[in-house]
Write a protein that binds this ligand. Structure first.
Ligand SMILES: C[S@@+](CC[C@H](N)C(=O)[O-])C[C@H]1O[C@@H](n2cnc3c(N)ncnc32)[C@H](O)[C@@H]1O
Length: 293
């Protein structure tokens, strides 16, 4: 039998994943091979004809089987790229999504319009991906990042250290703003960002198996309409923002009108905008506090 080269393996795994209905089969095959062979993606292609050893073949075989049963590649490799940065990931935290990069992009745009050091709060930080991506791309800021899950915060801690941001990102455990008040007193932020759990219970039942069977439910769902956490954040955010401060929330694609309404009736916000993602779906709510009179 012909030996298993990288090229032959990539083709075989891609075909297997296609048959199993795995998202982005070629890319998924690339990431698994990179992980098992300890190579960068570009090196897979420069070493196409390299023969893969038996031990690595066995390891790959096991991982391909698990991925074929819809276990997310990021949990198998323990890594995920977000905003062109590499993050450590475990099953205790949500896998960062490409659509969340829009929130980071808008946050950085906003920060660049401001003067002086910016004080930011990242609620529901999970792996810490939003806080780290902002801090790596905007130097003059300090960030407080909170999450209710100790296990998720342990992952965030690794990512903050991996990107050398221990002096600029402080991690606190607790329910939304609660640890901010306890740990920092009545702090006022220039910017509050959050990708909260926003999936409704009926939507959760219909999620793809790679999400529903593997990612933590508490990171995804927020009551019957998916708005439980968003409502709490909107009710409290105004008190934690400076005048002309801004709140940016990732939202579900059917929540634009409801969230606009919540923000407009909260009493704190002057300017409310619902932004669309690259698939033209409602994805981000942006609200600025009214300037002080
Ligand atoms: C959708 S995930 C977002 C994770 C990360 N920010 C991201 O964008 O990938 C939501 C996160 O909210 C956290 N969470 C859920 N309920 C919370 C609460 N009441 N207070 C603080 N964090 C909460 C979960 O532990 C989870 O890490």
């Amino acid at each position: 039998m012909e030996p298993w080269t990288i090229q032959k393996l990539l083709n075989w795994v891609t075909e297997y994943f296609t048959g199993k209905g795995i998202d982005s089969p070629r890319l998924s095959a690339d990431w698994l091979l990179c992980y098992v062979l300890g190579l960068k993606r570009i090196e897979l292609y420069t070493q196409f004809n390299k023969v893969v050893e038996q031990e690595q073949l066995s390891q790959l075989h096991e991982l391909v089987k698990r991925a074929g049963a819809h276990e997310p590649i990021a949990y198998l490799t323990g890594k995920k790229e977000f905003y062109s940065l590499e993050f450590e990931i475990t099953k205790d935290c949500l896998i960062p999504r490409p659509e969340t990069e829009l929130l980071v992009e808008r946050a950085i745009e906003f920060l660049r319009t401001r003067n002086g050091e910016q004080f930011i709060c990242d609620l529901c930080t999970g792996s810490g991906c939003i806080a780290v991506a902002i801090a790596r791309n905007f130097a003059n800021c300090r960030i407080v990042a909170t999450d209710i899950s100790d296990a998720a915060l342990a992952v965030a801690e690794k990512n903050v250290a991996k990107h050398g941001l221990m002096n600029r990102i402080k991690l606190l455990q607790g329910d939304l703003f609660e640890p901010v008040i306890a740990g920092l007193g009545p702090a006022k932020f220039d910017l509050i960002v959050c990708n909260p759990p926003y999936v409704s219970e009926p939507e959760y039942k219909k999620l793809a198996p790679n999400v529903k069977n593997f990612e933590p439910k508490f990171a995804l769902t927020a009551g019957n309409d998916g708005l439980d956490i968003i409502k709490k954040i909107i009710a409290d955010a105004g008190r934690h923002l400076k005048p002309t401060g801004t709140l940016m929330l990732e939202i579900g694609n059917e929540q634009g009108n409801a969230v606009r309404n919540l923000l407009e009736t909260a009493g704190y916000f002057g300017d409310v905008k619902i932004d669309k993602d690259y698939s033209n779906l409602d994805r981000l709510a942006i609200a600025s506090t009214k300037p002080a009179k």
